[in-house]
Write a protein that binds this ligand. Structure first.
Ligand code: PAF
Length: 276
């Protein structure tokens, strides 16, 4: 595996690769969810690139940028074991050199849900993903469905800016109790880890109610909130039943819908979603 930590060396390494080129952008802290992305990208492409960059621009002042799990040695070993051909590991200065002054802003899709709770988050995501896609120029880029709003925002941006990569969204990978794999699960102590199962329970409740014919999203949100309130270590940030493409909250469910939520488990904020 070739490791490049500058844009120039990454571009040089990419010059003669066999196409199609698949790309998995990550912030490291690699887990089963990332492995699913990497393995899918591996199957569908002749060359596989991945990046590890903890992007300061997508963290707010109250967010966990300084404590975000970082273990470059172990992450690179995982990428190598998985057969990744090229790893891009830029420094913050390489991605945002002195004088950097451009932001990519995707409109309404960035304002609701995560964007409302974390103002500026998607400006940071869109900016870095735009830069990464411009540097790597992949045929396909892979993102996990757990970050549903991120996938919607990235798809919009990629189409609007003609970035030329197909955005592939892969299913959420879960622990046996339903908790979605996330780098932030590493923050949970054993009691919090057990409590975190409530996210998936709430989503399953939403799917069950919908399956029983409930078409009123208010009722579904209420039941999800009630269930989470019974878990003493959990506190709801938001619960949503929305259109999976526009992400607008639904008044009534008469087509595709996605239940999503953000929940604090102690000091750790976790998100998840499920089609219902
Ligand atoms: O999902 C992530 O890990 C990040 O948001 C991404 C897409 C790598 C951009 O920093």
């Amino acid at each position: 595996m070739k490791v490049a930590d500058t844009v120039a060396t990454m571009r040089e390494a990419l010059r003669l690769v066999n196409r199609p080129l698949g790309f998995v952008p990550t912030m490291g802290g690699l887990h089963e969810g990332h492995l699913a992305l990497i393995r899918r990208a591996q199957r569908e492409n002749s060359t596989l690139a991945a990046s590890i960059f903890v992007n300061p621009a997508q963290f707010g002042p109250q967010d966990d940028f300084s404590t975000y799990p970082r273990d470059m040695t172990s992450d690179l070993a995982i990428l190598e074991d998985e057969g990744v051909d090229l790893a891009f590991t830029p420094s913050t200065g390489e991605m945002y050199p002195d004088g950097f002054d451009t932001r990519v802003e995707v409109g309404a899709l960035s304002d609701c849900l995560e964007g409302k709770s974390r103002p500026g988050h998607f400006r940071g995501v869109a900016t870095v993903v735009c830069k990464l896609l411009s540097i790597v120029r992949p045929d396909r880029a892979y993102f996990g469905r757990k970050d549903l709003q991120q996938t919607v925002v990235v798809k919009r941006m990629t189409a609007d800016l003609n970035l030329g990569a197909e955005v592939v969204v892969t299913p959420t990978v879960r622990e046996p109790d339903g908790l979605a794999f996330s780098s932030r699960n590493a923050y949970l102590n054993p009691k919090e880890r057990a409590a975190a199962a409530v996210l998936h329970l709430a989503l399953r409740t939403a799917a069950r109610l919908r399956g029983e014919g409930v078409a009123d999203p208010r009722r579904i949100r209420e039941e999800m909130e009630k269930l989470i309130a019974r878990e003493p270590l959990a506190a709801v940030d938001y619960v949503s039943v929305a259109d999976p493409e526009s992400l607008e909250e639904l008044d009534t469910i008469d087509g595709p819908a996605v239940a999503s939520l953000a929940v604090w488990i102690g000091k750790t904020r976790l998100i998840d979603n499920l089609s219902i």
